[in-house]
Design a protein around this ligand. Structure first.
Ligand SMILES: Nc1nc2c(ncn2[C@@H]2O[C@H](COP(=O)(O)OP(=O)(O)O)[C@@H](O)[C@H]2O)c(=O)[nH]1
Ligand SMILES: [Mg+2]
Length: 404
């Protein structure tokens, strides 16, 4: 399952984001380091289901379908707040880094209202500097990569001298934190290091190289949280000016938590990520709740279209990790499995994956004796090396086992 780590300084709203995305109730508090252990929960990537377009009713099994939207489970991890020097093991640095290492992508949560100081303590709104906060956390991540590289320089060199190629020798060092050969290859190419010997990696070259490696292996977007506070709008503008090469999603985790709780209690109708909600129980609302909902409607949804929590997750999965949704079915004319269940499963498949990858993901039986796939929309036979597209509905045919 795809795993997304929430990183950032203390008190930026990571736990609130985590709770609102998963509607679980880990402690939300102001004290530094309350999040002692990383907690993991299920959240969802949400995409438009194909069932409406195909004109059928579906029987989802590995996911849910609500109002035409497919909710595909993913994992989110709430990490302890990072402080400067984490890469040297300060604070909960080592614990943080070992968990971040297991994430496929990162959501970097910043307090865009400037309500925390540089060390993550609650401060007067507007006094903190979210731009510097982003740079601090980025620096920590890069230093962690740099430390791994520098600490293993001799080992890498020995491996290369013994005949292992450069890419594999470097990948071996970083494998434990989720770095793949193709990341190392791309980092070498983008820094024009194809013909540079490892002994000639100056400290400057090395820093550029690990910077690329960090970017490639842990795709990250910025969640500019707390946009509900008035001091956020200027900071948000500055942030966008300053970091043109990053995806920045404005968010109010607090507003999302309010909406999901109200929805949970049957007070409103609201789908995560929606641009609107509907009050069902006017009479069940007290004045404070009415005020809060009005505020969310006007100042958050009205201004930013959405609370940003679900949107950030969707963007991370679909854009950063380049996932496509693919629906395997056994019966291409009924879009069903062998038991007649319509569109039971949807899989997130990385762009570039093939029919063969899908077969392997669905069931090892299918990949043995794999023959081809049938496009359920038009009956077209697709070879095993066909690149899956988003919203493909495919029947995999193998000699090992009949259609699935
Ligand atoms: N105004 C506002 N406050 C928020 C928002 N998200 C979190 N907070 C508050 O920020 C403080 C720290 O939140 P928490 O989730 O514990 O931060 P963490 O340390 O990053 O996990 C708490 O007082 C939250 O209520 C938000 O979107 N808007
Ligand atoms: Mg927390």
């Amino acid at each position: 399952m795809i795993k997304i780590g929430l990183i950032g300084k203390t008190n930026t709203g990571k736990t609130t984001f985590f709770n609102s995305a998963s509607l679980s109730s880990a402690d939300i508090s102001n004290y530094p380091f309350t999040t002692k252990v990383p907690s993991v929960a299920n959240a969802n990537a949400i995409t438009l289901c194909v069932h409406k377009e195909l004109g059928v009713n579906d029987n989802p099994r590995n996911s849910r379908c609500i109002d035409g939207w497919r909710f595909i489970p993913i994992e989110i991890v709430d990490l302890p707040g990072l402080i400067k020097g984490a890469w040297e093991g300060k604070g909960l640095g080592n614990q943080f880094l070992s968990v971040a290492a297991q994430s496929d992508a990162l959501l970097h949560i910043v307090d865009v209202s400037g309500s925390i100081d540089a060390s993550g303590r609650i401060a007067e709104p507007g006094t903190g500097d979210p731009i510097a906060d982003i740079a601090d956390i980025e620096e920590e991540l890069v230093m962690w990569y740099l430390k791994l590289f520098e600490g293993n320089r001799d080992k890498i060199a020995r491996s290369i001298h013994s005949g292992v190629d450069t890419i594999n020798s470097i990948t071996e060092i970083f494998r434990g934190i989720g770095v793949k050969e193709h990341h190392v290859k791309a980092a070498i190419i983008s820094n024009n290091l194809t013909d540079t010997k490892i002994d000639d990696f100056s400290s400057e070259i090395t820093k550029d190289f690990v910077w690329s490696l960090r970017e490639l292996s842990k795709p990250t977007l910025i969640v500019a949280n707390k946009v509900d506070l008035p001091s956020s709008s200027d900071n948000f503008r500055r942030l966008r000016e300053e970091y043109k090469d990053l995806i920045i999603v404005p968010a109010s985790a607090d507003a999302e938590l309010t909406l999901r709780r109200a929805e949970h209690r049957g007070l409103i109708k609201y789908l995560p990520g929606d641009e609107r909600f509907e009050i069902l129980e006017q009479t069940g609302l007290n004045e404070k709740q009415k005020w809060a909902l009005n505020f969310i409607r006007k100042d958050i949804l009205g201004e930013y279209m959405r609370t940003g929590v679900q949107f950030a997750i969707n963007v991370a999965v679909m854009k950063l990790l380049r996932m496509n949704t693919v629906y395997p079915v056994a019966n291409p004319s009924k879009y069903s499995d062998r038991n007649g269940q319509v569109l039971p499963d949807v899989y997130l498949m990385e762009a570039g994956s093939t029919v063969e990858d899908l077969a392997r993901t669905v069931h090892s039986d299918l990949s043995r004796g794999l023959l081809y796939a049938v496009d359920a929309r038009d009956g077209l036979r697709l070879p095993v090396n066909y690149h899956l597209k988003d919203r493909d509905v495919l029947s995999i045919v193998s000699s090992g086992r009949k259609k699935r």
